[in-house]
Design a protein. Sequence first.
Lengths: 395, 395
Amino acid sequence: MTRVVVTGLGAVSPFGAGVKAFWEGLASARCAIEPLTLIETEGFRARIAAVVPAAAVDGLPASRRRSRADRFGLAAAAEAVEDAGLSRAELARAALVVGAVGGGMLETEAWYWARTRGEGESDGRAALAAVLPCSHADVIGRRLGLGGPRETVVMACSSGAAALAMAADLIETGAAPCAVAGGVEAITRICYMGFNALKLLDPEPCRPFDRDRRGMSIGEGAAFLVLESHPHARARGARVYAELAGHAMTTDAYHVTAPHPEGVGMIAAMRGALDRAGLAPADVGYANAHGTATPQNDRVEALALARVFGEGRLLVSSNKSQIGHAMAAAGSLEAVATVLAMAQGVVPATVNLTTVDPEIPFDCVPGVPRAAPVDAAISNSFGFGGQNVTLAFTR
Amino acid sequence: MAGRVVVTGVGVLSGVCTGGAAAIGPVLESGRSAVGRVTAFSTDGLASHLAAELPPGSLAMLVEPAEARRLSRVSQMTLAACRLAVRDADLADLGDAHLIVGTEFGDLRSAEEFAAGYLERGVGGLSPLAFPNTVMNTMAATTAIALGLRGPSITVNARRVAGELAVARGAAVIARGRATAVLAGGVDEVSPLMFATLARLGAISPRGGGEEACRPFDRAASGPVRGEGATFLVLESLEAALGRGARPLGEIRAAAWRNGVRATAIAPALEAAGLGPRDIGWIYGGASGDPAQDAAELASIRRAFGATAPPLTSLASVAGEHAGLGAFRVAAATWTARCGRLPGIASLREPLPAARALAASPGLHWVPAGPGLVHGVCGRGDNVALIVSSLGEAV
């Protein structure tokens, strides 16, 4: 079995551009969820979100003519590639797997809104040409010279994690020696309106695992990881952050928007990832939870975690308390956080958590990051359609 | 290392035929085409009027009334084709099968309906039930629920090659022994907004003032003509198929996919199959009548085969350009591999000089019953190649 290691990281997050800003934001226990002004919010229940700051967006290297999401994706992928120090020849064989949902919908919505309201003159050509989720891969692949297999995977809120699992598959099967993989999302009106319509958004910044949690907060961003076969990384003397030791994907086949009430699919994903990694539950010190702060997700996820790992012991935290739910980018942003938590020996906190729900039988690292050596960690990502992805990392 | 991958079932829902594998041969023999004037909506004011639509009532026998009420049209198409494929394969247990759905436009109709609800009636006009359909994985999610599929359900998004990419990834899953069965294929529909947008952007025929028609490799080519429908294949390992007494329709000897404008997936696919260019007797190309894209495909094929490439056909004028056509072509390839006949390009009148020696003229051609190639290319960078053969020579 080919071992797959992480040798490069890149991120654009509500804490700014770059992995350094992302980690400093996480380590400072700040919450980046603020009033939302990027799109119209009048009349909606929740009028907040975690967006990439304007100054950071302005500073991104990609052309301003590109969609917001393409710019996030390109910046994060370029950072990961540079961090890994891959040569042009290595990039020419590298796979590219992008998790995406919204594509360039934000700009297309602006065109469609204007057209419907009789305000627009534009034919929307530029926006429509970049609307599909696969547009990110067009841009990233061409600009970075990635010539291996490429795929765009759309698996709702688990897309970013799924991209990493699928890239690891390509390396394990020998289809590519290394891969640039991650997720991309810019906030969209459809997403914001949809979660509002489903009454899944908290009017206040989200409070994962809190007894009084009322829903999620929307976020955005992009994160990419360079994954590599261990022999390939060793041969070129690459620095190794962690090993992506296992991964698994399952489907609930239960309900489009609700998780299976007993967490059957989540349990199967976590067990599948541990099996593949050759890890026992007791080996794992930290679970980077999906932790959306909806009443249902957190209850069922905790139930599933308890079934797999037993109650107590395991540290469980949710980055979404700080950066909101970045949709297709969430799984890859949280994978970066998980890898850095192991590398730094610091587990990010769950902020906004004042009264832990008695149904969550774990130490949820409330308020303050925790210094803790972690040799193995999992990151969960779940999505509409009953999609469950678990990644297992080891040091 | 790799196990042998066989196709044991086909489900096709298209403008030109609906059914299992047996529905495909007669269509290929007849040279029929489903391209005609759009009937589902008005094309007044647009330059384009042609598409290969599903005949009215196609879904009625395949989708329960309750499902028809609940599911969007493109989700119904996906479910119907998957049901046909499972029936064709006579597969009793789907439990841990993987589902891989390729799509170019997903459920764009639902996204528009959802947005229109807000623009017409404000916050109260938003339908919470419609929101999940705006995410491209909705077809996979609803199909997994209806069929009880609990393995990974993956949606891949790509321009032009999504269907063949889904089948290629599915073949890799079986080759690695990761699943006992995979349902893989593609789906797209012709929706009013998508059609009008492509027509306005000049992305479909007639481009450049030419005659409106689908003419791959022809001097008169003026752009693609859209089609709609879903085609899904059941893939199994040879061992599993024979073990349960199934009769394989053909074998996928290898699959490769690559990124880059000048990249080719053909050479790596041949290498993985242990074959040389001379072993390939025929090609199902992805040409759609888009002059630039077709030229890119010819260049790819020339690079891989040199001056004397095998006969090359296209099914774009049969069922129109849609992600289902990628899987349809793999199904057609199993038919050609079994019976040694290749349908020519029915719409071909005056081949491009570069295509003259390659493009198969209208009518049926006798070709070697040995292995052939299914090829897909998108000028923005995606290349997919599958080597398909009958089972006879290899068992």
